[in-house]
Design a protein around this ligand. Structure first.
Ligand SMILES: [Zn+2]
Length: 81
């Protein structure tokens, strides 16, 4: 599952996907900066995504971060975050 993608104006594309999530080495070179590194199970990955979403919402809309239920969808259901 691709969690995030990044594209520069120069055409470079990078993404955080299973290569990062299933990594065994402790050093992360992914665009997620280690946030999703080594999150091998769906439960671990979903928990990390939910935590990050709540952190971001907490900065901009703390009342939403407290009240909302976060639904994480796979690639067939739609885009993440
Ligand atoms: Zn990553």
């Amino acid at each position: 599952m691709t969690v995030m993608t990044f594209a520069t104006g120069g055409g470079e594309r990078r993404r955080c996907d299973a290569t990062c999530h299933r990594a065994s080495e402790p050093k992360c070179v992914c665009i997620c900066g280690g946030r999703y590194h080594g999150k091998k199970t769906t439960a671990e990955l979903n928990q990390a995504i939910e935590q990050y979403t709540r952190e971001v919402l907490g900065c901009y809309a703390p009342e939403l971060a407290q009240a909302m239920t976060i639904a994480i969808h796979g690639p067939r259901q739609g885009a993440l975050l």
